[in-house]
Design a protein around this ligand. Structure first.
Ligand SMILES: [Zn+2]
Length: 332
């Protein structure tokens, strides 16, 4: 998923300060990045989700309040809870409806008179992990977001891959189920294609995130539990939870190992709430490494380290890469 750029890059380099805003459906976090790898949060304000003029005014006032006048040309980058089409820079966001259809980077660039870049939040997280996180030094980094649902992003040599429609890395969607889980000793269960919010059925998202784990547990046992309860019971040796997690690990490791084979990733940083479950991530790593063609002698599926500030760190990386590369792909 993806990005956007600037056309005017008035001579600043990678070491110069840049500014970043992490824009979610509830709040915007504004930060300065005085140098690569460092972000300092300066402000947090509510996101005006329903009005484009209010959205513009809020971003402008953050700049006026926090950016010194000698940083007039400093680039600004946004991490947004939404998609950006790499073809034309148009944003789509369910949580921030006023930016849908807006050519976010270009319109803000004109309004603010400085270079502006924008990328999807999972992409910013991927850039953060690839450049300033556990993916540093790995040529191919595939980030897997495992929160309430499933998402992801792909970076090669520290750069985002900005594919068609801005949806690169979306391993959570596409019909993957319609398969049988083998519990051993002839004990098998057929897993159907559950309907997914994207309009298809059988997506990894339907069984892979926290909500998916709960759906799978209910399907196997007919009882409702939260993902925390399932994981706690699994750690405690509960047979029902163990059965759920055996199925879960197969159903998630199968497609994730395919992703590793296709991309050539040597590291899969995991973000989202499930990344804070060490037993789960270690088991997923073992299951993926058993399935991939390359024989890794180290864990590849590991918790990300930019969980808290990944959007801001990644946006700052995007701003610096944009300044140096000076692309304007996606300009409307
Ligand atoms: Zn789907």
């Amino acid at each position: 998923m993806t990005q956007l750029q600037s056309s005017n890059h008035g001579g600043m380099g990678a070491a110069d300060p840049v500014y970043a805003i992490d824009i979610g459906g509830s709040f915007m976090k504004f930060a300065a990045s005085p140098e690569p790898g460092t972000v300092r949060i300066l402000d947090r304000v509510e996101t005006p989700v329903g009005s484009w003029p209010d959205f513009l005014a809020t971003v402008s006032s953050l700049i006026v309040r926090h950016v010194p006048s000698d940083h007039r040309n400093a680039a600004l980058a946004l991490s947004i809870a939404g998609l950006i089409d790499p073809k034309n820079g148009a944003a789509t966001s369910a949580n921030i409806p006023c930016i849908t259809g807006r050519h976010l980077a270009n319109e803000l660039e004109i309004a603010l008179g400085r270079p502006v870049f924008a990328a999807n939040d999972a992409d910013c997280f991927t850039l953060a992990e690839a450049n300033e996180g556990v993916g540093r030094g790995h040529p191919v980094v595939f980030c897997a977001i495992m929160g309430t649902g499933i998402g992801g992003g792909l970076a090669i040599n520290g750069r985002l891959i900005r594919g068609a429609g801005g949806v690169t890395g979306e391993w959570g969607h596409g019909p993957a189920l319609n398969t049988t889980v083998d519990f051993g000793a002839g004990d098998t269960v057929f897993i159907p294609r559950f309907a997914c919010g994207c309009g298809q059925s059988g997506c990894v998202d339907t069984i892979g995130g926290a909500r998916g784990m709960e759906r799978l547990h209910q399907f196997l046992h007919g009882s409702k539990s939260t993902s925390h309860e399932i994981l706690d019971a699994w750690s405690g040796g509960d047979p029902a939870a163990d059965r759920t997690m055996t199925a879960y690990l197969q159903l998630v490791a199968d497609p994730l190992s395919l992703v590793v084979n296709i991309t050539g990733a040597s590291i899969v940083p995991v973000g989202g709430g499930l990344a804070s479950e060490p037993k789960l991530i270690a088991a997923l790593d073992a299951a993926v490494r058993k399935r991939v063609l390359n024989r890794f002698d180290h864990p590849i599926v590991i918790p990300a380290i930019r969980q808290d500030d990944g959007g801001l760190v990644g946006a700052a990386v995007l701003a610096r890469q944009g300044r140096v590369e000076g692309h304007n792909e996606g300009a409307a």
